[in-house]
Design a protein around this ligand. Structure first.
Ligand code: GLN
Length: 508
């Protein structure tokens, strides 16, 4: 693998700006890497090399005229297939949207294109972002680059795998209950769920509208910050968008300073059910943070115990409503439209064939939870729990700057291991869901390999709403200290290992 593929976006940005590198060369290298490894990793649902190269040429052309370009101009990106983009299919991982080409761009797609970022293609995901492994994709499962018999996390497993297999230096995800952070954790990459409403949902296929949060995925904290800066900001086309200044996330990532910060470990996010190797790496990272001058304390958030249960009522309730629009009339697939079936029969046939088992399960649970006799008992109670979780966060942030936990209780599990056990699958998001319910922000940053299985472990940092800069400050400080300790980045250990030989790591 060429050194180019291992280079961070921040560094590539400098090489492009000084014309030591063209966007065409960089984009072509990423496309070659996709050709080489994607038959194994299967991160992408759709790659459009010609379009990417044309976009790269356009940036090179603008640069040659001396035009003022943003820091990420000319850098390739892998886009989760939940963002609409004209001229390319958007499936959201579902057969029901197969063949649908959106007539418009999501706001984030526009921002990415306006910044001169080169979109390589659309990445695989669990159907409608429902899952923690990409096994619920209607098309195929993505493989974890660290061990291709294991899951890359989900729902944004495609984006995380594209980063970890050096196919792209940047990627986009969405996080409803953990779909950016959990894939980042199990692939040794960085993933951020910004404050709810800080990144526009306009043109992003809706899963659960009160929770969905688009965010950046990258190999370093600074790269995530650079992408965060591009995609965040108020959008009048999204009614839940926050009209507030984007915190200086890039400045915070560059500062990388935790001296004097109070970092609180959440007592409820650890203990039974957490792999010892995960807890070991987590505790070592706390020592590193303490060594950097942070004060480590403990807080209790007693309502977090009910977060998973509340999420699995609120989320399917919103899913049951959002997925009603896939009615065989407006988008994609249509089955049984032969003049013999009524409209309703065509809808039933199409939804029956087009949705996978998990989507159907959630539509049924959500419809039940919202039905008149049960609304107060289920949906109403879950909303009350949501308020209690927000209060736990408020109390904790009154005494600490950020909260921390493992990102997910275990390292990447085997493909197939949890497919028949939805409850085991749901537990992957035990630690990530509270931040979605409260609407605040959180990041996953790699803290090493579990000694038990040699697989990546992630640490989650949680900060109050609109204090996203704190995530970057802490994440970057930790990343820098660990890089010194390891003598390089975690992903270099993959690229240089025999297990990573298929990535082309040997031929530098
Ligand atoms: N894994 C969680 C779920 O299945 C979260 C998904 C997400 O964040 N999109 O709902």
């Amino acid at each position: 693998m060429s050194d180019l593929l291992r280079t961070d976006a921040a560094e590539l940005s400098g090489l492009l700006a000084t014309k030591q590198l063209s966007s065409r060369e960089l984009t072509a290298a990423c496309l070659d890497q996709i050709d080489r490894v994607d038959p194994t990793v299967r991160a992408f649902l759709h790659v459009d090399g010609d379009r990417a190269l044309a976009a790269a040429d356009a940036v090179d052309e603008r640069r040659s005229t001396g035009a003022e370009l943003g820091p990420l101009a000319g850098i390739p990106l892998a886009m989760k297939d939940i963002f609409t983009m004209t001229g390319a299919p958007t499936t959201c991982g579902s057969r029901i949207l197969e063949g649908w080409v959106p007539p418009y761009n999501s706001t984030i797609t526009d921002k990415v294109l306006d910044a001169g970022i080169v979109v390589l293609g659309k990445t695989n995901m669990d159907e409608f972002a429902m899952g923690s492994s990409t096994e619920n994709s209607g098309f195929f499962t993505t493989h974890n680059p660290w061990d291709t018999t294991r899951i890359p996390g989900g729902s944004g497993g495609g984006s995380a795998a594209a980063l970890a297999s050096f196919e792209a230096p940047l990627a986009l995800g969405t996080d409803t209950g953990g779909s950016i952070r959990q894939p980042a954790s199990v692939t040794g990459t960085v993933g951020v769920k910004p404050t709810y409403g800080a990144t526009s949902r306009y043109g992003v296929v809706a899963m659960a509208s009160s929770l969905d949060t688009p965010g950046p995925c990258a190999r370093t904290v600074l790269d995530a910050a650079l992408l965060h800066q591009v995609i965040a900001g108020w959008d009048p086309r999204d009614s839940t968008s926050i009209n507030a200044a984007v915190p200086d996330v890039v400045g915070a990532a560059k500062a990388a300073e935790v001296k004097g910060m109070r970092i609180a470990v959440v007592r409820e996010l650890g203990g039974e059910g957490y792999q010892p190797g995960v807890e070991q790496r987590f505790n070592e990272a706390l020592e590193v943070l303490a060594g950097l001058g942070a004060e480590i304390v403990e807080v209790s958030c007693p309502s977090f115990e009910y977060a998973l249960s509340a999420y699995y009522l609120i989320m399917p309730s919103e899913v049951s409503s959002n997925l009603a629009r896939f009615d065989a009339m407006r988008y994609g697939l249509r089955i049984g439209d032969d003049g013999m079936n009524s409209t309703e029969e065509v809808m039933n046939l199409t939804r029956g064939a087009g949705f996978g088992a998990e989507a159907k399960r959630r539509i049924i649970i959500g419809t039940y939870a919202l039905s008149s006799g049960y609304y107060d008992a289920y949906y109403g109670s879950a909303q009350k729990v949501r308020t209690l979780i927000t209060r736990d966060f408020d109390a904790a942030f009154a005494t600490a700057d950020v909260l921390v936990s493992p990102t997910t209780p275990t390292t990447a599990f085997k493909i197939g291991e949890r497919v028949d056990d939805p409850l085991a699958m749901y537990k992957a998001d035990l630690c990530t869901i509270p931040s979605n319910l409260a609407g605040n922000c959180a990041m996953s940053v790699p803290v090493g390999l579990s000694p038990a299985d040699g697989l990546p472990v992630g640490l989650q940092i949680m900060a109050p709403a609109l204090a996203d800069d704190r995530l970057y400050r802490v994440g970057a400080a930790l990343e820098r200290a660990l890089k010194d300790r390891w003598g390089g980045r975690l992903l270099d250990q993959l690229a240089d290992s025999p297990a990573g030989a298929y990535l082309g790591g040997g031929e530098r």
